[in-house]
Design a protein around this ligand. Structure first.
Ligand SMILES: C[S@@+](CC[C@H](N)C(=O)[O-])C[C@H]1O[C@@H](n2cnc3c(N)ncnc32)[C@H](O)[C@@H]1O
Length: 369
């Protein structure tokens, strides 16, 4: 079977890397998605373990269509009875880009009608009452190529379940994990986030360091699929539970706002990780660890009123981070003037998207390597 793990632009390579670590080697990396082949055990592992994928889809069919008739006929011809019973509730989501079939709502209703007709023919019934479990079908059309797929996850994979309170401008959990996987962090590397907000980066780092499957505590849409043996999930969860470690970690999260640090403590408790949290302005950063990885997501200064205070903050950051020359420094911001204000060109820049905003992750390698 073919699965599609969707991802934010810039994080595709991290998804492929994680799939390979899970032993899933048959992968193809494309823009904003990674395709892989496997069975249901691989699907369950991917759902539990992928830290940077947004969603996981099971491909039912792909074809080219430029008219509604063609969309209807080719959808109807697919083997929907492999996945859906005559009583399944069918919910169709859709998106279309650069295609003749651009009306998403029309495509959704045509796909739904075609699936219903396909099921009526396959089960030799006159109607499909849709009274049982719900299955979400995704129709995606890009440059007239249609992909029909089942949504395996339900709520997006960024919803791990530990972050129940929000601060202003939190990172998504998937992007937080992505920044860590793109940095030089290893399980025993000290890590500091000096502006940690709701704690996303330190908590994701702790889960990586202790080999905690990020979605261990949540459920997935695929668990309601009637054709799937529930043992697939129980076995994958047992295995993930066994692989979890409980090592002491050198991970610290700080913020100037005491309310944020209170939330971080609650979120870390929910995620089952023990970390060092401190109320501390970045100006006062100090550490006993000689080297490590610093990752931070400072305010961006999007509002005009914030622009000058954010510039002063970026200058302070440069002064403070110079005190720890053996650390790798990673800063994500959408602020286009970042490097000139910070006063140092980055060793590497990575384009990422944060809540629809184009951002750059500026990476500064340690001065003494
Ligand atoms: C964009 S938010 C970080 C969000 C965080 N990554 C998350 O996922 O929740 C920026 C954070 O920087 C903190 N902050 C602003 N100025 C600071 C300073 N001078 N020192 C330390 N923290 C600061 C704010 O309180 C805020 O929580």
């Amino acid at each position: 079977m073919e699965f599609i793990a969707t991802a934010k632009i810039g994080l595709e390579s991290t998804v492929a890397f994680q799939l390979h670590k899970l032993g899933i080697l048959d992968t193809e990396t494309l823009d904003a998605r990674v395709k892989f082949r496997g069975g249901y055990p691989e699907m369950a592992k991917a759902l539990l373990w992928l830290r940077t994928a947004e969603r996981l889809l099971l491909t039912v069919g792909t074809f080219r269509a430029e008219t509604f008739d063609s969309l209807f006929e080719q959808t109807k011809a697919l083997p929907w009875n492999r996945y859906l019973s005559p009583t399944t509730r069918i919910h169709v989501n859709g998106k279309s880009a650069k295609s003749a079939l651009f009306s998403v709502s029309d495509c959704q209703s045509i796909v739904k009608k075609a699936i219903v007709e396909s099921l009526k023919a396959a089960y030799r019934v006159n109607s499909v009452p849709e009274t049982a479990e719900e299955v979400i079908v995704e129709v995606g059309i890009l440059k007239n190529e249609v992909t029909l797929a089942l949504d395996c996850c339900g709520a997006g994979l960024s919803r791990r379940g530990y972050r129940t309170y929000n601060v202003a401008a939190p990172l998504s959990e998937t992007l937080g994990a992505g920044l860590i996987l793109l940095s030089r962090f290893f399980p025993d590397t000290p890590l500091i986030d000096p502006m940690c907000g709701s704690g996303t980066i330190p908590i994701e780092a702790a889960m990586i360091a202790n080999n905690v499957a990020p979605s261990l505590e949540r459920n997935f849409a695929a668990e309601a699929w009637r054709f799937l043996d529930p043992k697939v999930f129980s076995l994958a969860r047992e295995e993930a539970q066994d692989l979890r470690r409980n090592d002491r970690l050198c991970i610290q999260g700080c913020d100037i706002d005491p309310h944020c640090i209170d939330l971080c403590k609650k979120h870390a408790k929910k995620a089952g990780v023990m970390l060092d949290w401190r109320v501390r302005p970045v100006k006062e950063l100090s550490t006993e660890w000689r080297s490590g990885v610093l990752i931070c997501n400072p305010p961006y200064g999007e509002r005009l009123s914030d622009a000058s205070s954010v510039k002063a903050l970026y200058r302070d950051m440069r002064r403070v981070f110079e005190r720890i020359p053996d650390w790798q420094i990673n800063i994500i911001t959408s602020n286009r003037d970042f490097e000139s204000v910070y006063g140092k060109p980055a060793d590497r820049r990575r384009k990422l998207s944060n809540g629809g905003m184009v951002c750059t992750m500026y990476q500064y390698n340690p001065e003494r390597k």
